[in-house]
Design a binder for this molecule. Sequence first.
Ligand code: ADP
Ligand code: MG
Length: 626
Amino acid sequence: MAKAVGIDLGTTNSVISVVEGGKPDVVVNSEGARITPSVVAFKGADRLVGNVARRQAALNPQNTFFEIKRFIGRRWEEVSEEANRAPFKVVEGPNNGIRIETTDGLKAPEEISAMILRKMVDDASAKLGYKVTDVVITVPAYFNNTQREATEAAGRIAGLNVLRIINEPTAAALSYGLDKKGNETILVFDLGGGTFDVTVLEIGDGVFEVKSTNGDTHLGGADFDQRIVKWLAESFLEEHKFDLRKDPSALQRLIEASEKAKIDLSAANETTISLPFITFDPETRTPMHLEKRLTRAQFESLIADLLKRVRTPVEQALKDAKLDASKIDEVILVGGSTRVPAVKALVKSLLNKEPNESVNPDEAVALGAAVQAGILSGDSSIGDIVLVDVTPLTLGVEVKGGMIAPMITRNTAIPAKKTETYTTAENNQPGVEINVLQGERPMANDNKSLGRFKLEGIPPMPAGMPQIEVTFDIDANGILHVGAKEKSTGKEASIRIENTTTLSKDEIDRMITEAEQNSEADKVRKVKVEKRNTLDSLRIQAEKQITESANAPQDLKDKVQKLADEAKDAIQADDDSKIEALQTSLETALRELMQAAPQNADGADAGSDAPKTDEDVIDADFKPTN
Ligand code: ADP
Ligand code: MG
């Protein structure tokens, strides 16, 4: 029977997991890897997802899309800085939203994310032997309502049934505490590529109760990389009067080298960043090279202010949980960026405790999501588990004087429901407009407006008479639903949400259809590419065999060579019928040649270093330019 799976849709990496026999485990992707880079690339008619996309980024910088999670459910003003530093083009979309410029037109971040989800699920379906449709997707605990809705929409666009959106640190805690018997108060510290979350939980005997959560959705390892990029680019600019950030391909290489240097510095005290042929002198056309040494201490000073930013959320989370740091039994590290020694040291000093590194920082979130998927789909192999999560941010409405009146405060257990009554300010007022806000600041304008709700169709009444009941209902996904009723007449007022950046139902439906069509087209293309690649491997093998078959008859060698040349042309011309025909004729001729040259009996292995998979060929294609 098809099982529900858990997906950690990360800014940098995604992981998919399923419960087997009561225990969650990661499902490897089609390349055999446990982790899939959250990268999508458009290359001609092909759409690449994961490692293949990541590996060709420097050669296709404007059509390789990464860290898309930074843009999902965001308004343009919130991310214009991040948009500007991406090698690909991010533009303002309808309703203040975000669109990504691709060779296939403008795409919403939801659509790009859907492509990642689709690959994760397709690969898992192939591995598990059944079609996966039901999923639990994780989001940073500190994601607001719009970001959650957008993530859920991405799941729907991918054709999935999203059982639940759960918070990443809560999922990590589930995976940490699954076998724990006694009671513990834990703090999950999750620093990934683009977001930072801190969550305090009480766990024990199958009960996972979130006490508080806090974070920063603009802070992660990619920001560390950017500091190195900036440092490298500025020193290059000073020396060579050339800004590498203006050249998308150079910028992409800078980003990759900076991340690598950062990772090196988690283990080593110094590293060298070496980027030969990074660009050409625009005047003399001579190649320019970059070579810089970076020490761990220098790196730590580059990111010092970023590190400082984790302090406030940790302190706030403890305060909201009404706990002193000394009451935390274990500090669980999650996310790749907690491997940075300075991060570990900071956590230790903030909480006065050696951090617990017992969970795999890359996999814990997906494993926990799989447990939740198992629970929601009634998998009886999982013991009794009760999960109580909270809403990360206060929800309220705008009232007189531009203030916010909180309806549901942050860290309220979800699902939660609250009703408040409003009235009119003028006689015979036919409707009222309510601005729904999310955030902690006292003035309405400083918070995120989730939308304006118009309650219309109020019958004529003197001011102050109508009683309009507004209900805020946060579901288990942490997503808000709003209802309204005019009480004195019993009439339900109609509600319209305006100014939201989230996709409309029509848009989502259109994207679902497009994604389905693309997925069909992708399958056809994949078969085509595979045929092309098989023939190409055969051609390489044939050419190798010719050089190794000195004693074979010349006419036979000529015949194989001729077919190999034809294969090359057919591949070049993308001629499907020729590719198909040549496959058989070249194979037959090659076999003949191998038999005619028995002294090269191991010639059968001659093609062993020839490309085997789609991916290898893509790599091989690129080698000459590297
Ligand atoms: P996300 O949840 O955002 O997908 P991950 O938890 O996978 O992110 O963490 C990815 C981040 O961790 C990246 O910025 C990556 O460079 C960083 N990272 C991974 N390994 C290391 C390491 N050994 N040292 C420093 N940073 C690392
Ligand atoms: Mg993560």
